[in-house]
Structure formats: C-alpha cells, structure tokens
Design a protein around this ligand. Structure first.
Ligand code: FUC
Length: 730
C-alpha cells in the first residue's frame, strides 16, 4: 500500500544504482557516497550539435524508380537504391551537427575527515521528491525544486571539513569564495552551471575546488541553463539560486514535497501488499520470482512510472530516451527522441494517470517537428505537409537517418499525432483540438501526396518505407532487405490518422472537404492480413523473417496502442495477434525493456492477465536495474513508462467506446484497489476488487458524456451529468 520509497544499505556502486531527482528541466543523480559524494547534474536543453539541413533532394529524384522496383518485386535492387538515396545528407545521428544530449557535470563532495558510516542508508521518497543519505556520521538531503528551478542539498553533521569541486570535460570552471561557476560551449549553444554554498564557517577557493568547513549544516544550491532557450544563462542561474537561498532549504523542501505529492496523488494503486519497508529495493528485485509480479514492487513501479514522468517532462522538451538523466558527454543513441516507438511509449501512461499536464512538452515538440518537417516533405519527397522519420533532436532534425533500414520509418510523425487526438479523447478539450488540428491536417496532407497505388492490389501504400528496424528475406534468396511498400504498421497508423483527422474536422466544423479526402484515402489502405503461420503479416507479402524474435512488434500496432484489432470487430486478427506474440516470444522476443513493456500491453489487450502478469514479472527480473530504471540494456526510460502503462491496461481499458474494468488481472492480484484512473470520454474511476471481482466502483464524469461500462460479466449504460460523481450499485 502506498509504496513510495526506494532504499538501499550501501552507496550506489555506479550510475545505474544512483537515485534520480528532477523537475522536468533539471535532473540530478544522487550516488549516496560516504567519503565521496557525487551529484551528477543534467539540464534538458544541454545538447551538442546545432540546427542543420539534412534533407536529401536525391531521394525525390529516385523516388519513382524505387517504387517501380518495389512493385516489380525487385526488393534487393530497391534496397540498394534506398541505401544511397532514402537517407539524409551528412552522417545523420553520427554527424557532429546532430549532436548528443550531455551531462552538465558532476558536483563532487569529498570529506576530509573520517566519517562514522555505521547505520548507513540511502533512500528516495518519490512522493516527496527527496533523496536522503544518512549514517551515524551525517545526514544529507537532496531535491530538485519545481518552483525555484534549482537543485538544493542540505548536509548535516556536527563538524564538516570538505573539498567541493566540479568535474566535466570541455568547460571552464572558476572557484571564487563560496561559488563555483562552470561555463561551456557547444556548436549550437553555450551553457553554464552555478553552484553556491551557504552556511560555511570557512570557504577557501583554489584551482582544485572549495575547501569548506561547517558546523551543523551546509546548504548547496545549483542552477544550470543554456542559450538554447535563455539569452543570458549565467544571470538566470544566479537569480534562481538567490531566490531559493533566500527562502531556505526547509521552505523549498516543504513546497516541493507539496507539489510532488499533489502530482503523484492524481492516482493510486493498492495491490494489498504490506510493502516491504525492511527489505532494500535491490534485494526485493533479486528475490523476485518470474512466475507472477511481486504486488508491492508492482505498486512501487507504478508510482515510479508517474514520478519519472513528473521529473522528466515539464520543461521545454519531452522526456528523451533517458528521461532527463544522462551522465556522459555522449549518450547512447544520442539521448535523442527516437520516434518509431520510444518517444511515444514515454507517454502511454500519462492520460490514464491524470498526468496530461506532463504531455505539454510532447505536444509542443510535435508542433516543432511539424514546422521543421515541411522542408523534409518538400525536398525529400516533393510533397506538401510535413514528415519526420526515426530520429529527432532539439535542433529540428526530421530527415531520414543515415541508413534506410532503420532510419526511413515514414509514419513517425503520424504516430505522434495520435497523442494529440488521445488527449482530446481523454479530456474533451475542443480548444486543444482546434489548436493542434493544423498539425494533424498537414501530417495527413503529406500522406495524401505521398501514398501511391500498389498496382497489384489497387491499394494506397507508403512506398518506400520500412517496418521499424526489421527486415525480411528477399523471396527465394538468403538476401535480406528492409525497404518495402505498405508495411502493416504504416497502414494502421494511417488508418487512424485519416480517421481522427476527419473526425476532428467534423468536430471543429471544418468544411473544406479535407475530411472527405482523408476518408477516401482511408478506404483504400491495405487491410491487415493473416499469414501462413497464422500470424499477423508484418508486410504486404508473407515474407520469411531472418529475426522472428525481433524487438519491434510493429505489426501488432493495431492491437496496442491502436485499438483496431479487437475480439468483437476482428476475431480472426485477434487470434492471429496471439499467434504473432507467441512466435516473437518463442524466438527470443521481448529482450529489450521497452519491447517487454509493449508485450505486457499486448497481453492486456488480449485480456490475458496471466501472460500480462508473467511479462510484468519478466520486465522486473530481466530488464530492471537496481534503481528501478528500465534496462535495454543500456538504461532507457521508455520501458518504465510502457511497463506502467501495461499495469494500467490490466486494470482499465477504454479504447473501444466502452470502459472495461479489470480486463486483464494477473492471478496474484486477487484483491486490491485503485483510484484516479482516467478513461476516454472524461471519466475518473475509483475501484476496489476482491477475488478478482469488482466490489465497489465510483465514477466521476468530467464531461457528462454517456458511459458504457463493463465488469464482472455485466454491462451498464449510464448517463451522468458533467461533474457528477456516483457509485455503481453492484
Ligand atoms: C530504436 C530501437 C532500439 C533502441 C533505440 C533507441 O532504434 O529499435 O532498440 O531502443 O530505438
């Protein structure tokens, strides 16, 4: 119940054991060292690289030839042309101008006196947003303040003698009085971090750091800013630190705890566990069985998924591949915004958990991509509208990657638009829909221009394209190719895009005929097909696969996150989806954290609580680091968010026009309760269950829409008023 604490009996052995703090703009990783403490800092816009035009006109020049080869079944030849032309100019993600998300650096606190480390513990309270390290010799508290936009630490000990320094390559570091000023430059921006101490009885600056003495307490405040979005970062840092120190640690900590508890409190999950306060978190992980998910850890993981989004997505940019936490000058996959599953998965749980406010950076970023992707549409493909591909960064990169096999995912932007419409479905916010309709419309317009008729079927298909990062054997050969026409995922994404763009036009009273264009194109998209193995076909042709256990299960997009494969509307596809999953899993699928997280959602949609639970347990035991970060490997935060979304999908589903409660309850979750879970149509549910059956259900209707509700084998048709809260008579 109310699992809120990660805790450990020893300091972090490495960064993957450190504890994350953040306010959506700043991040801090706390190692909890005794003689040597490291506080590793991040700022969301601290990126190397710079804006640069990577759109490749040679692609458009060869487009018709590539299409002819594809439709003639000359797949190897089409692949060869795409290897040359369906790429960006320059080196894509390996280009210095693409850049990488980077650390702001490490604040290092070295004790010059021996420390009594008996009774050591370190912890993270994810409701208060507070990391605490304590032992007989000292206690240290750390937070990242939402209100003051600084990190704040308070060290307490009878007498301290410390050396405090800052470490990062490529910067100028100045130690002066009780202040450290760090400044650096990248291609596209300059950045700075200011550190200021308060409460020292002595502070001697030298090139090696600040030699500090203090009695009782010492407060350390840091701020980081960049010219990505600040004209004068140094002044901004100094001003923020001044404001925070003026009110003091206790006030800042209390205000931050109030903010965090409110944000975390929008929803709650109780799986009947007594918690495991006397077992350290790393030991709980190591004691896990693979059979069924540990109830207490499931609660903690659910809360952690909320915490990590609140801490990594409230600034200008959305949560990147590592949320907001990265400790290198170069981050794996540049720490960018991969948009062929990763960025989208970061937000799968947000609307259901009442965290829509933390989607704002995502929505703004999608609009940013739509502005940047207009040139890519025109130059790369000769089309109107906008397009983005697999890779994206804060500089506006929307071209394909440097290899078409993974970099030419054509529907990345269209998939992002799904989040705009989902927000409308959950909130009914017509003003939001009106604001973002142009983004959807121009995305749909690109595809109305880009789609071509497949001569063998008469259907409209994306050509060339690829089914994210997967490849097939060219028929009759052992040659592999990735480039194809009309992969199943594209067809399903566009089926939805055309549908919700047309519906949005209708809701907004648009009368320019664009909706009719979308619906006409929608009718001509290829259907989802079942292959010779009884599986959902990933491509238009029933190709053999060199990697049947591939981490991407893109052809099940229609099962989740989309809701076009359902038991009632498409029983054959619904059965084939399970075959597809079993084929992937039996061939080693689910081996990355995010892939396993996706599988949890798939089985929840198949109403299979047993398998959903097993895969949640597997996510914990195979793909979760000791600080509960998801592991690809390396650390990648999408699995945390996708796993939390999977827990939600086991408890409530609302994608079919009705709300279903406990659709996929793992057998070990026989009794429990949740509150504050949202459903499309603007409903909030508080539910308790016992023996796998709903015992109580309280509903709040935010919008006054009709409610079709199903649980315990019964169906209810309700017509609540807007703002009404009522109990269901069970
Ligand atoms: C896609 C995935 C990889 C990784 C990368 C960041 O390329 O296929 O597994 O998650 O994004």
């Amino acid at each position: 119940m109310n699992e809120r604490r990660l805790w450990y009996k020893r300091p972090a052995a490495d960064w993957n054991e450190a504890l994350p703090l953040g306010n959506g703009r700043l991040g801090m990783m706390v190692f909890g060292g005794i003689e040597r403490e490291v506080l590793q800092l991040n700022e969301e816009t601290l990126w190397s690289g710079c804006p640069h035009d990577a759109d490749n006109p040679d692609c458009f020049t060869h487009l018709s030839e590539i299409r002819s080869l594809l439709f003639a079944g000359e797949y190897a030849e089409a692949q060869a042309l795409c290897d040359r032309y369906l790429v960006c100019t320059g080196k894509g993600s390996e280009d210095d101008r693409f850049g990488s998300y980077a650390t702001a650096g490490d604040l290092i606190i070295e004790s010059l006196l021996p420390v009594d480390s008996s009774d050591y513990s370190r912890s993270l309270d994810i409701f208060d947003g507070l990391a605490v390290t304590e032992c007989s010799g000292f206690s240290r508290r750390h937070l990242v303040s939402d209100k003051y936009d600084v990190t704040l630490s308070r060290l307490a000990a009878p007498h301290m003698e410390l050396n405090i320094s800052f470490s990062r390559e490529g910067v100028r570091t100045e130690y002066d009085g009780c202040t450290i000023t760090v400044q650096g430059n990248n291609l596209g921006e300059s950045f700075c971090t200011v550190v200021r101490l308060e409460g020292a009885s002595e502070c001697v600056a030298s090139e090696g750091g600040l030699a500090v003495k203090a009695e009782g307490t010492l407060v350390i405040c840091t701020a980081t800013a960049t010219t990505y979005n600040q004209a004068d970062p140094l002044s901004v840092c100094r001003e923020r630190i001044g404001r925070a120190l003026a009110v003091g640690f206790d006030t800042v900590a209390a205000e931050n705890a109030e903010y965090m508890n409110a944000a975390m409190g929008t929803s709650r999950l109780d799986l009947g566990s007594d918690g495991a306060p006397d077992t350290p978190t790393d030991e709980r992980l190591s004691q896990l069985s693979e059979a069924q998910p540990d109830a207490g850890l499931s609660e903690l993981y659910f809360n952690y998924g909320k915490y990590l989004l609140i801490c990594s997505s409230k600034g200008q940019l959305p949560a990147n591949l590592q949320g907001i936490w990265a400790d290198g000058i170069y981050t794996p996959w540049n720490g960018d915004f991969h948009i062929n599953i990763n960025l989208q998965m970061n937000y799968w749980h947000a609307e259901t958990l009442g965290l829509a406010a933390y989607c704002e950076p995502l929505f703004r970023y999608i609009r940013f991509l739509s502005e940047q992707g207009r040139d890519t549409a025109r130059v790369q493909y000769g089309c109107r509208g906008w397009v983005a591909h697999t890779l994206a960064n804060p500089w506006g990169f929307t071209a394909p990657g440097q290899s078409p096999s993974w970099g030419s995912f054509m529907c990345a932007g269209a998939w992002c638009c799904r989040h705009l419409y989902e927000h409308y479905l959950f909130t009914g916010d017509l003003d939001f829909l009106r604001e973002y309709y142009p983004v959807m419309k121009e995305c749909a317009r690109f595809f109305l221009d880009f789609l071509v008729e497949d001569p063998s079927t008469g259907c409209l298909v994306t050509a060339p394209s690829n089914s994210p990062e997967n490849s097939y054997f060219v028929p009759g050969t052992q040659t592999t190719a990735a480039i194809c026409a009309g992969p199943t995922m594209d067809n399903t994404i566009l089926y939805e895009l055309f549908g919700f763009t047309a519906e949005s036009a209708r809701l907004l009273g648009e009368t320019d005929g664009f909706a009719e264009e979308c619906l006409a194109a929608q009718r001509r998209l290829p259907p989802i097909k079942v292959g010779r193995h009884g599986q959902i076909m990933e491509w238009q042709q029933d190709f053999d696969e060199p990697e049947p256990g591939h981490r991407h299960i893109s052809h099940l997009y229609g099962l989740y996150p989309a809701g076009v494969i359902t038991e009632s509307a498409s029983p054959e596809l619904y059965a084939a989806a399970r075959v597809t999953l079993d084929r992937r899993l039996s061939s080693g699928g689910g081996h990355t954290g995010w892939s396993r997280a996706w599988i949890i959602n798939f089985f929840a949609r198949l109403h299979d609580g047993q398998r959903a639970g097993e895969n949640l347990a597997a996510l914990f035991s195979r793909s979760t680091l000791k600080n509960l970060f998801d592991n690809h490997p390396p650390f990648q935060i999408d699995g945390n968010f996708g796993g939390t979304a999977g827990i939600c999908e086991m408890l409530i589903q609302s994608y079919q026009g009705f709300v279903e409660l406990l659709p996929a309850l793992p057998p070990s979750w026989r009794s429990g309760s949740f509150s504050g879970l949202r459903a499309r149509g603007g409903f909030i549910f508080d539910v308790s269950w016992s023996g796998g059956l709903v015992e109580s259900c309280r509903v709040t209707s935010l919008l006054g829409k009709p409610l079709e509700l199903r649980f315990n084998g019964r169906a209810y048709s309700l017509r609540p008023a807007a703002g009404e809260t009522f109990e269901i008579n069970i």
